[in-house]
Design a protein around this ligand. Structure first.
Ligand SMILES: Cc1cc2nc3c(=O)[nH]c(=O)nc-3n(C[C@H](O)[C@H](O)[C@H](O)COP(=O)(O)OP(=O)(O)OC[C@H]3O[C@@H](n4cnc5c(N)ncnc54)[C@H](O)[C@@H]3O)c2cc1C
Length: 397
């Protein structure tokens, strides 16, 4: 395996790092202390700069107007962008749109591509993904309760979803609902495109998460589908293939998430080391960096970040070279290893900052609140661990 980075990718990463430092990190105090909606004009300005630099939509196919980076190159880009909470959104490779672009590109009809995919990649509209339900376990989505029943030329959708990330302001949702209740369990659900202005698509609220309801892209919606009627031509991919398509969405998405989390690790680690060297804690002027506990945190964090990073790049390499199905263990392992590494590194960085770490004067408290969810979404730790352990133990039978 060759972990060398091409000159082109090196240049891209350097440009992104410079942009994040100069243009995005200075926006963070405003981001942390204001409604995100109020920031949209300045965000649009930064997005215009990214387009001019020809770094727009790094992971989307070239024919759609993206940069067409492969999975490993985009993984490196995702790491660089992850240093700021605004990185992915400004460069237009943010979840859940990134996953939606992938499945629309692969499964949408020509008409669906024109109506939804093309404006989405241009950044003219946003989307959301409505699968998880309030009353059923997201960890076992085959227990889905939402239904889409055929009536004339339409589907009529009913269901109660939540954690529909970024539903506030999205132009359309990709919704999962049971269309074929008589079919085998894994073939019962379908994906359906639902414009958010369809009567019966009700955004009940932005859910307060760790004390913040957020707004626009930085929010998680609770959605009630009440006799929500959309034409049958809004079916995405074949009927009954919802779970199969969902799997397509998750593999590469986990690489993107893990590398974003590594970007967060790098930023938190950087803040930790700077603060440790700066903060004097005794009369003789010694700093926190002279204390062994802090030194241990530095040494452990450096090693854990390096291990998590190599595992993630390896998993990306496996997906590209061996295939997604054969890389299931690698992908599951990085999901829980990197999420926990990030939580530990952010926690240590916050601790080193003392009371300052708890405020919104640095980005650490945001990372601490916002990224705790990493151990829950896209498969909770326990679910991935069970899957990996089962396959390993089966080999010992
Ligand atoms: C910030 C955030 C953003 C999200 N964005 C989206 C989105 O855009 N669209 C969307 O559809 N969903 C989204 N989700 C929902 C997410 O996918 C679900 O929360 C996740 O699948 C877990 O489902 P659940 O919350 O119903 O928990 P449950 O399924 O009820 O599980 C609860 C807990 O039980 C444990 N557990 C579950 N199964 C097992 C098992 N087999 N063995 C051992 N322990 C187990 C785990 O600890 C788990 O955390 C988001 C969630 C969060 C927190």
């Amino acid at each position: 395996m060759d972990f060398r980075i091409s000159d082109r990718t090196k240049t891209i990463i350097e440009m992104i790092n410079e942009f994040v430092d100069k243009e995005l990190i200075p926006l963070e105090v405003e981001f942390l202390n204001h409604d995100f909606k109020e920031m949209l004009p300045v965000i649009r300005e930064k997005q215009g700069m990214v387009k001019k630099m020809e770094l727009w939509a790094p992971n989307y196919p070239k024919e759609l107007g993206g940069m067409g980076l492969d999975l490993v190159d985009h993984a490196l880009v995702s790491e660089a962008l992850g240093r700021s909470p605004l990185g992915h959104f400004v460069f237009w490779c943010q979840a859940p749109d990134a996953g939606n672009v992938e499945i629309l590109h692969k499964f949408a009809t020509a008409e669906q591509k024109k109506t939804y995919l093309e404006p989405l990649v241009r950044g003219d509209i946003r989307s959301c993904f409505a699968m998880t339900e309030v009353d059923m376990p997201g960890s076992n989505p085959v227990l889905l309760e939402s239904t889409a029943v055929k009536d004339g030329n339409d589907y009529v959708i009913n269901g109660h979803k939540w954690y529909t990330t970024a539903a506030d302001g999205a132009r359309f949702a990709i919704a999962m609902a049971v269309t074929n209740p008589e079919a085998p369990t894994y073939l019962q659900a379908s994906m359906i495109i639902v414009p958010t202005d369809t009567p019966g698509f009700n955004l009940v609220r932005n859910i307060p998460v760790m004390g913040h309801s957020g707004s626009d892209y930085f929010s998680h919606g609770e959605i009630l589908f009440q006799n929500c009627r959309v034409p049958q031509k809004n079916l995405l991919g074949p009927e009954g293939q919802g779970f199969v398509i969902a799997q397509e969405r998750l593999g590469p998405g986990r690489i993107h998430h893990c590398m974003r989390w590594l970007g967060i690790c790098n930023r938190a680690f950087d803040l930790l080391c700077r603060r440790a060297n700066f903060r004097k804690i005794s009369l003789d002027g010694k700093t926190l960096a002279t204390r062994q506990t802090v030194q241990n945190w530095v040494a452990e964090s450096a090693a854990e970040i390096q291990a998590a990073r190599l595992m993630t790049l390896h998993a990306a390499w496996c997906i590209e070279n061996i295939g997604l199905k054969e890389s299931r263990d690698e992908v599951s392992m990085i999901k829980y290893v990197v999420a926990n590494t990030m939580n530990r590194v952010v926690d240590r960085a916050l601790q080193v900052h003392g009371g300052l770490g708890m405020t919104d004067d640095t980005v650490l408290a945001f990372f601490y609140r916002h990224e705790r969810a990493a151990r829950i979404y896209d498969g909770a730790d326990e679910v991935h661990k069970t899957a990996v352990a089962k396959r390993i133990l089966a080999r010992y039978k």
